[in-house]
Design a protein around this ligand. Structure first.
Ligand code: NAD
Length: 256
C-alpha cells in the first residue's frame, strides 16, 4: 500500500487562462495538492469563480485580472503574487486563443496578429517575468501550453499552428538558458479537449463534435483534468528530470 502525499504543499502556483477549461482544471488540481493558486484571466472571464471554488473547498486562491499580451499587466500580476505570498514556484502559461478556420491567403492580418499577441507574446511575457521571480527564490517549474497544432500542420490553422510551434521553440530555448538556475521549462501539447474552445470550434452541434472526435484515434474528446494531471507531473518533483520536453497528451491525434 502507498500513501499519496500532496506534491505542492506550501508552493505558490500561477495559472493563466484559469477561468475555465484546462486552466481551471489545473488550478483546482494544484489547490487539491496543497498549492496557493493565483488564477489569472481577462476581466470578467470567470476566474473569480475558479478562485471561489478553491477557497470554498478550504484552499487558498486569488483571482487576478490579466491580459497576458500586455507587458505592464504581466509584471503587475506577478509582482502581486510574490508580494502576497513571498514567492513563485510553479507557473502554467495556458491562456490562448483559437483561430477562425481560414486558408492563409484569406487570413486577415489583424487576426494573425491577434493570435500571435496572446498565444506567443503572452507566453513569452509570462515566462520572462516568472523566471525573474523564480531566480530570486532559487528555482521553479514552468509549463507552457502548445497543442497538437504545435507538432503538426493543420489546414486552415496556419496562424494558430505557427503560434503553437513557437511556444515549443521558446520553451526549449528558455529551458536551456535557466536549467542551471533550478528552473525547468516544459510544454504540454493537448489534443482535442472538451472545453469552451472546442464548443466554439464545433459550433456546439452534434455534427461539429463528431468531426472533431473523428480526429481522435481514441474515439473521444480529452477531459481538462487529463491535461491538468500532465501539467502537475511536469511541474512536480516527479517530473524533475524533464527539461524542455513537449508532453503530447492527445488521444493519438498526432501519431501520424
Ligand atoms: P478556453 O477558451 O476555455 O480557455 C482559454 C482561456 O484563455 C480563456 O479563459 C480565455 O479568457 C483566456 N484568455 C484568452 N485571451 C487571454 C488574454 N489575452 N489574457 C489572459 N487570458 C486570456 O479553452 P481551453 O481549451 O481551456 O484552452 C486552454 C489552452 O489550451 C489554450 O492555450 C489553447 O490554445 C490550448 N489548447 C486547447 C485545446 C482544446 O482542444 N481545447 C487543444 C490544444 C491546445
Amino acid at each position: 500500500m502507498s500513501i499519496t502525499t500532496p506534491r505542492f504543499t506550501d508552493k505558490v502556483a500561477f495559472v493563466t487562462g484559469g477561468a475555465g477549461g484546462i486552466g481551471r482544471a489545473t488550478a483546482l488540481a494544484y489547490a487539491a495538492e496543497g498549492a496557493r493558486v493565483a488564477v489569472a484571466d481577462l476581466p470578467g472571464a470567470g476566474h473569480q469563480e475558479t478562485a471561489s471554488m478553491i477557497t470554498t473547498a478550504g484552499g487558498t486562491a486569488t483571482a487576478i485580472d490579466l491580459d497576458v499580451s500586455d507587458a505592464a499587466q504581466v509584471v503587475a500580476a506577478l509582482d502581486q503574487v510574490v508580494s502576497t505570498w513571498g514567492r513563485l514556484d510553479v507557473a502554467f502559461n495556458n491562456a490562448g486563443l483559437e483561430q477562425t478556420q481560414t486558408l492563409t491567403a484569406d487570413l486577415d492580418d489583424a487576426e494573425f496578429d491577434r493570435i500571435m499577441s496572446v498565444d506567443v507574446r503572452g507566453v513569452y511575457l509570462c515566462v520572462k517575468h516568472e523566471i525573474r521571480h523564480m531566480k530570486a527564490t532559487g528555482g521553479g517549474a514552468i509549463v507552457n501550453t502548445s497543442s497538437g497544432a504545435g507538432v503538426m500542420g493543420i489546414s486552415g490553422q496556419a496562424a494558430y499552428a505557427a503560434a503553437k510551434h513557437a511556444v515549443i521553440g521558446l520553451s526549449k530555448s528558455t529551458a536551456l538558458e535557466y536549467v542551471g538556475d533550478g528552473i525547468r521549462v516544459n510544454v504540454v501539447a493537448p489534443g482535442m479537449i472538451d472545453t469552451k474552445m472546442i464548443e466554439r470550434l464545433t459550433g456546439g452541434t452534434d455534427d461539429g463534435y463528431a468531426d472533431v472526435i473523428a480526429q481522435e484515434p481514441i474515439g473521444r474528446l480529452g477531459k481538462p483534468e487529463e491535461i491538468a494531471s500532465a501539467v502537475l507531473w511536469l511541474t512536480s518533483d516527479d517530473g524533475g528530470f524533464a527539461v524542455g520536453h513537449t508532453l503530447v497528451v492527445d488521444g493519438g491525434q498526432t501519431i501520424g
